[in-house]
Design a protein around this ligand. Sequence first.
Ligand SMILES: *Cc1c(COP(=O)(O)O)cnc(C)c1O
Length: 409
Amino acid sequence: MALINEHYLKLQAGYLFPEIGRRVSEFAAANPDKKIIKMGIGDVTQPLVPTVLKAFHEGVDEQGTAATFKGYGPEQGYEFLRKAIAENAYQANGVNIPADDIVVSDGSKCDTGNIQEIFGASNKIAICDPVYPVYSDTTVMSGKTGECKSNGYYDGIIYMPCTDENNFTPDLPTERPDLIFLCYPNNPTGTVASKEELKKWVDYARENKSIILYDAAYEAFITEDGIPRSIYEIEGAKEVAIEFRSFSKTAGFTGVRCAYTVIPEELKAFDSKGNAHSVKKLWLRRQSTKFNGVSYPVQKAAAAVYTAEGQKEVKEVIAYYLENARIMRESLEAIGYTVYGGVNAPYVWVKTKGGMTSWEFFDKVLSEANVVGTPGSGFGPAGEGYFRFSAFADRESTIEAMTRIKNLS
Ligand SMILES: *Cc1c(COP(=O)(O)O)cnc(C)c1O
């Protein structure tokens, strides 16, 4: 008899996006004349930039000639890409990460989920609330939790609420975690963590022999000086942190698929006898067994992001999204909303007015302004009373959506 992994039975049905979809279809069916503007998605809309597209095409053409054809590539990623990342994304910013500590993959979603596998099931995981749902769902799948409680929290996970009261950066937990997920710039709140804030976590992890799993998928959206782009800007972080970065939001690769994970040589985790082991070695063992690398044309396209032209072009696209975020932020503030994020991230996190719940606000904005956003409570209980607008729509729709919201009763 084939038995299933029963941890999967603890997972709650993906509720948020199906429920949004259901309410939007229902409204659209009842109001076929209304033009609905979608600002709920966390996906990019602008095409690949020309320099990246050209390199992508060249990579494909190389596969068509015997002299340049490539079969299986190195599981860790081609050296040309790992070197380009190390030099441009780290060393150019004064952070000494060697190409050997970088592992190329097909996505940060996969990496933040798969990384759980190399850590034992008895690890305690700390996760922010509200949060990108992948961290908690993969914690459940890997057998590190009990059942889901009525508030949506899984037994056994240490939740760290992030609200305006703590500036959307969690307080140190009272119970000691072994693994700590942090994401800055943050999805969904669009907020960032200062150097002091990250230092607090690095010091805590060092004291407690914990590991920080740092998701920096939105690093390229940081515009303000002094905000850390990498956890490794903090002294001592190499011994306690893994960093995940992706070309998805940075260079429009959500449909192309390329990301990377940094695991410093110095990072160690322990066996039950207290012996230290290299985490990088375990991750490479895992990847070389279960993954056969990102396709060559995609890695070639990703490397083109770091050319001078590529940088100029991707920065223009990011500036376009950030200008949308600025328009949203200022329009919403002008009509009395308290707004967070949107300066160093493509998300604007709005506090609803008059104690309205996230879903009440969703329904009002949908029915009266025909705009779709994402209810904050869908990302966790601490998101109740907040609402996320994404800056990934096109400019015209962004402006039109804000005009309609301004005219709300
Ligand atoms: C979009 C996103 C990612 C990127 O995932 P990919 O699998 O690389 O596309 C990672 N983390 C967060 C929080 C995200 O929003």
